[in-house]
Ligand binder design. Structure first.
Ligand code: TMP
Length: 222
């Protein structure tokens, strides 16, 4: 058996307009100010091969792939990302913060597109084995508020990537999916109310990381 990785592995999850990219940046700065070596990354993507697969996933028409093909593409990208980016970073002691990981697949391809839970879980095991996040922060926001923040009124029509063109109904299933994932694995997941101002959400994110992973952040300057 290989030595267990030394760093910690954190994902930020949520639907559109939840503010994942903003908060991953704030959290990275906070961890760095606590003296931690941080690598931020994203999915789909995070390694050259996975970024190439990302282009296949986010471009084109919403019905470009059937559900299973899309599931396999996400996991092909994830396997490359895990092997080439995440595990090496954890192995050298860095904390890895990823904008989305496997819970996005369960939420989007499972709850959103209706692929059975056990199929998603089987592909997870085949593609990436036992790696799990130490902590998943689910940024939760009501669908209408999230879509408004993302600059869209009705949720359908506009949007530059395939997923941004899904219906409000789809986004509602997605939100409930993330909440259900958190309810099933409360030790691994923390739900953060993201329908608040950015400063309050950033403090809630730090508090969850501090409480769950036992680190102390230096006081931010007043
Ligand atoms: P993002 O960079 O805006 O998060 O866009 C990537 C899109 O890919 C996003 O709409 C969610 C979707 N996605 C899935 O459907 N399944 C997955 O496993 C991942 C990681 C992302």
């Amino acid at each position: 058996m290989a030595d267990p990785p030394r760093g910690r592995f954190i994902s930020l999850e949520g639907g559109e307009g939840a503010g994942k990219s903003t908060h991953i940046g704030h959290l990275a700065k906070s961890l760095e100010s606590a003296g931690i070596d941080v690598l931020t990354t994203r999915e789909p993507g995070g390694s050259p091969g996975a970024e190439a697969i990302r282009a296949l996933l986010v471009g084109g028409e919403p019905d470009r792939w059937d559900g299973i093909t899309e599931l396999l593409l996400h996991y092909a990208a994830r396997r490359d990302h895990v092997n080439r980016t995440i595990l090496p970073a954890l192995g050298r002691g860095a904390w890895v913060l990823t904008d989305r990981f496997a819970d996005s697949t369960m939420a989007y391809q499972g709850y959103g597109f209706g692929i059975a839970r056990d199929i998603v879980e089987q592909v997870y095991r085949i593609a990436v084995g036992g790696i799990r996040t130490d902590l998943t922060l689910i940024l939760d926001i009501p669908v209408a508020a999230g879509l408004k923040r993302a600059g869209r009124r009705d949720g359908a029509g506009g949007g530059s990537n395939r997923y941004e063109r899904m219906t409000p109904d789809f986004h509602e299933r997605l939100r409930q999916g993330f909440l259900d994932i958190a309810a099933r694995e409360p030790e691994r997941c923390a739900v953060i109310d993201a329908d608040r101002d950015a400063g309050t959400v950033a403090r809630a994110v730090r508090a969850a990381v501090s409480e769950r992973l036992g680190i102390t952040f230096p006081e931010p300057p007043a």
